[in-house]
Design a protein around this ligand. Sequence first.
Ligand code: SAM
Length: 343
Amino acid sequence: MDEVQKVIARLKDNRRLNALEYKQLLLDNSAETCELLREEARKAALSVFGNGIFVRGLIEIGNHCRNNCLYCGIRAGNAKVRRYRLDREKILDCCKRGYELGFRTFVLQGGEDPVQSDEWLEELIRSIKAAHPDCVVTLSLGERSEESYRRLRAAGAGRYLLRHETFNPEHYARLHPAGMSRERRLECIAALKRAGYQTGTGIMVGSPWQTIDNIVEDLMYIQELRPEMIGIGPFIHHRDTPLGNMPDGSVEMCTKLISIFRLMDPQALIPATTALATLDPDGRKKGILAGANVVMPNLSPAAVRRDYSLYDGKASDGAESAEGLDELRKELQSIGYKIEENV
Ligand code: SAM
């Protein structure tokens, strides 16, 4: 066994590595190493989840945002976005449609919008849980106070996704406006855990100025945090943002990281993200073959899907859409997987 093969074996056996070992793994892009990682990760996912893939219905509840993250298409400073907010009835309609299609988890995602207050969200979560008591409500609504996280948890939300985006404070500062900080982001993630959520975090792969050392820091952070969900997708430029001329992240690095995270935590929920499917028509399949076990088809009303434009070309139809479940089924079948029904 060569050195890197031994590192992969150690990750598989111990579920952890040190920073130098992660760096060694990230720097070796030989076909053999990538293939071995992928195979081991795929086996790890199969041993825990079999060939079933979880589907989560993504409802983009609004694109108003008080933040100005430099990479994001719905940043406050982008005057070209047509802003929308879904009302409670529309969101409940989406859940009803999703329920009929077989979805049992609804992910409510949106910009940081003070109009969607704690009271409004509590009422919304309670209504969804009352209509569908067997469903899980996942939130992805950015940074809020610990009190707010607790109230939404008490109203019935079970999971929360908040990517840390990058662990390195200087890198974080380059991607975000003054006023946002890596410290605050990590505090929010800690608060989510304290509030009892199944917590998800993650990064954008290939975000501007990201170095291999930055990614090693992300790996070490996640290794200690042990989040239940790990969401990673490639950075994709959006023409109307300050980073609109930056190159997109790489599909290969993204799938390689999916495999590393899978070996780090065989139980984790790891999606093959929309961004991966946007950059590569086979992105979803590649993600699953690298060890991902979740896909999040879009359940938002068709009329607003284009307005939730985080990056150029964002996929929201075909197998990325809730209506495209049959297409997704066929796609999964072609690589030996199936949708795990009613979970
Ligand atoms: N406001 C919430 C938050 O910040 O977590 C949820 C919405 S936010 C748009 C969801 C995720 O989109 C972010 O965590 C970020 O990683 C991703 N995202 C935003 N702009 C992106 C881009 N240009 N390329 C890839 N992913 C992007």
